[in-house]
Ligand binder design. Structure first.
Ligand code: SF4
Ligand code: MSK
Length: 672
């Protein structure tokens, strides 16, 4: 058994520390303590175990050793990684498929409570696929778009349609390398086929298909999910929100939605405002229903409706430990089975809702888009009925929360930089070209109880901000920064480099932009594409001074995201452990696949994937890459001393001057 860690080694978040102390007092285990008890297998963890058939499992721990079938360590690692990427791509894409069916049902008037909220986005997206829009109703357009999107999953040949939204040069590269996805499901199925015993046994060839599958996710399933969520629920724009466990309210019925799909959670948001539900809650002795979110469902309703986020992935158990949660309503992905056992210590009901997800011991109320509002009300009434079972003596809610401004969709970033009449990425490109912004970092992904919660995320964010790197975030990483107060206009600016600070003050944005949930990483692909199209930063994504980081990754979806980002030209750095690290001290050739996804993929795609456990090294490599890309574009070397004399700093400086000096400074007039 590994050593039990101290509270600060579990989490850097004071609210989490408070709840972990509470869990210890109550003798309740959490993912944090279970991670102490569960020492990871060093052979499986290094990607050196194969259990693809009944002749194994085969563990390759000696030089030159092969599996019973003769599979080498490279083949086994490539297969393991590719299977994980396929699972991640399947999860995102199946989410996208459900959204496409929801769009279809809404267009046909068969989805109770749903409507097309963002007609402008519907028209823009439809036009990208040459779907006629003029003189047609939103429902007619949505019907055609839904059909087109549904067809992407089962398409057998040709190219999936959203690929044409990538920069032209990138599309050409993918065609030359034979990695354009033919159909989303086809690529996932082929991953499983190729990695079955006795199939594809050339590691590079296996990994080529991993790229194709990743692209089917990023420029396919995930992009479809984001588009439709915006069309149905509205494209995000800044709203004020709050994050951390302090959003749970003692005097109210607390319902937490957790998972990923916004389809049900949006209906629950609507149902909480229904007078019938408010009255029902009052009759139960509560002041109302207080809704909050965990994980990416939190991000979805936070960035559209300002509904507070109770926390990120590792907060799911901690929220129940407050003893004040009547129901945790879950759909798909990142839901710990441990929730059910944990909830037995309190009155909390775990309610599963997806036809795909059941957990033994949980209450199942199945979601059906045809009567979603009715189901949402039924769920809320179940929670309200449970309010009377709350044991007040067990309630412990940390008084810790932060404000934030989420909602920076790529549409809003475009608008905020240029205004209504000249919406454009030009100012962002210009700021990078001038060196005010050194580069861009997308810091995304999960929490992992193997490292101190939020530590790696926030350390990397803070250091890069000091270096004038604009940070965009999604997923649980976004909630980590929000809990720290970095997503508020003024709050984080004293920690930001001089050039970036000028931009934030001038445009009026926080230094860290919340761009959504994990499927919304496609928004980042769109931003990068638009930066390319704007001009001045090369003609493909791999030339932009940008890096993607997932400092605390844990899910297979994160690996799928990394793969499509690499295939799109990005340098991607993962913290924590590599699932294919090999054991070079014991097996000398066990890092060939690791080298291939870095150097090999970089030669082909201009992007690479590396696993870097040390945060200082992550930061060093990020800045080195950004500066290398700046130099290749012929941009001036990054020099912070040139900036910091405009924006608020300059205003304050001027403010302090006597009147005549002020006139002189502003208008260049000689003093009278
Ligand atoms: Fe062993 Fe080969 Fe079977 Fe894998 S596929 S378990 S290496 S025999
Ligand atoms: S929820 S995939 S822990 S980001 Fe999207 Fe968070 Fe990672 Fe789940």
């Amino acid at each position: 058994m590994a050593k039990k860690r101290e509270l600060h080694e579990y989490s850097t978040d004071p609210a989490a520390q408070e709840m972990l102390k509470r869990a210890e007092e109550l003798g309740i285990s959490t993912a944090f303590t279970r991670a102490d008890d569960m020492v990871p297998c060093n052979i499986g963890g290094a990607g050196m175990c194969c259990k693809q058939c009944g002749m194994g499992p085969c563990r390759l721990t000696k030089d030159g050793q092969t599996g019973v079938c003769g599979a080498t360590i490279d083949t086994i690692q490539a297969r393991n990684l590719t299977r994980a990427i396929a699972a991640g791509a399947a999860a995102h894409s199946d989410h996208g498929r459900d959204m496409a069916f929801l769009l279809k049902a809404t267009a046909n008037g068969e989805a109770e409570g749903y409507m097309i909220r963002d007609i402008a986005k519907l028209r823009i997206v439809a036009s990208k696929y040459d779907i006629p829009i003029e003189g047609r109703s939103p429902e007619e357009i949505a019907n055609d778009l839904a059909d087109l999107y549904i067809a992407q999953f089962g398409q057998q040949n040709g190219e999936i349609a959203p690929i044409r939204r990538a920069p032209k040069k990138r599309q050409q590269l993918w065609r030359e390398l034979g990695v354009v996805p033919r159909g989303i499901d086809r690529e996932v199925v082929e991953c499983l086929h190729r990695t079955h015993i006795g199939d594809d046994q050339d590691p590079e060839h296996i990994l080529q298909h991993a790229i194709r599958t990743g692209l089917a996710d990023g420029w396919g399933g995930s992009m479809i999910a984001t588009d439709i969520a915006d069309i149905l629920f509205g494209t995000p724009a800044p709203v004020i929100g709050q994050a951390n466990l302090g959003v749970i309210k003692e005097n109210m019925v607390n319902v937490i939605v957790h998972g990923h799909e916004p389809s049900l959670s949006e209906m629950i948001v609507a149902a909480t405002q229904d007078p019938e539900i408010i009255e029902y809650a009052r009759k139960a002795g509560a002041d109302g229903v207080n809704l909050s979110g965990i994980c990416c469902t939190a991000n979805e309703i936070l960035m559209r409706q300002g509904i507070p986020a109770a926390g990120n992935f590792l907060h799911q158990e901690l929220a129940i430990l407050t003893g004040a949660v009547e129901a945790m309503v879950v759909d798909v992905q990142c839901i710990m089975q441990a929730l059910v056992d944990l909830a037995r210590n309190f009155h909390t009901q775990i309610i599963t809702t997806s036809p795909k997800v059941r957990i033994k011991g949980a209450t199942h109320i199945e979601f059906d888009e045809h009567k979603a509002l009715t189901i949402a009300k039924e769920i809320l009434k179940t929670a309200i009925d449970n309010f009377k079972n709350r044991d007040r003596s067990k309630v412990h809610i940390p008084d810790i929360k932060e404000d934030l401004i989420p909602g920076f969709s790529h549409e809003y970033i475009n608008y905020m930089l240029g205004g209504s009449y000249r919406a454009s990425f030009r100012p962002l490109n210009d700021a990078i070209m001038a060196g005010r912004i050194r580069g861009v970092a997308a810091i995304v992904g999960c929490n992992n109880p193997r490292s101190s919660q939020d530590y790696l995320h926030n350390k990397v964010v803070r250091e890069l901000l000091k270096q004038d790197v604009l940070v965009v975030q999604t997923g649980c990483g976004a909630i980590a920064a929000a809990k720290l107060g970095l997503m508020l206009g003024e709050a984080g600016l004293e920690q930001v480099g001089p050039g970036l600070r000028e931009i934030c003050e001038t445009v009026g944005i926080p230094p860290v932009l919340h761009m959504g949930s994990c499927v919304d990483n496609t928004r980042i692909l769109t931003v990068l594409t638009q930066m390319v199209e704007e001009g001045g930063l090369g003609d493909d994504i791999d030339q932009i001074p940008a890096v993607g980081l997932a400092p605390e990754w844990m899910s297979e979806k994160a690996l799928a995201i990394a793969t499509y980002c690499v295939a799109s030209g990005a340098y991607v750095i993962f913290g924590g452990a590599s699932p294919i690290s090999g054991m070079p001290d014991r097996v000398s050739d066990s890092d060939a696949v690791l080298r291939y996804i870095s150097e090999g993929w970089e030669k082909l795609y201009g992007g690479k994937l590396e696993f870097v456990p040390d945060p200082d090294e992550m930061i060093r490599r990020t800045l080195e890459h950004i500066d290398k890309k700046r130099a290749a574009l012929g941009l001036p070397e990054y020099d912070p001393s040139r900036f910091g004399r405009s924006g608020d700093a300059r205003m304050l400086e001027l403010e302090a001057l006597p009147l005549e000096k002020k006139r002189q400074a502003i208008y260049g007039l000689a003093a009278d």
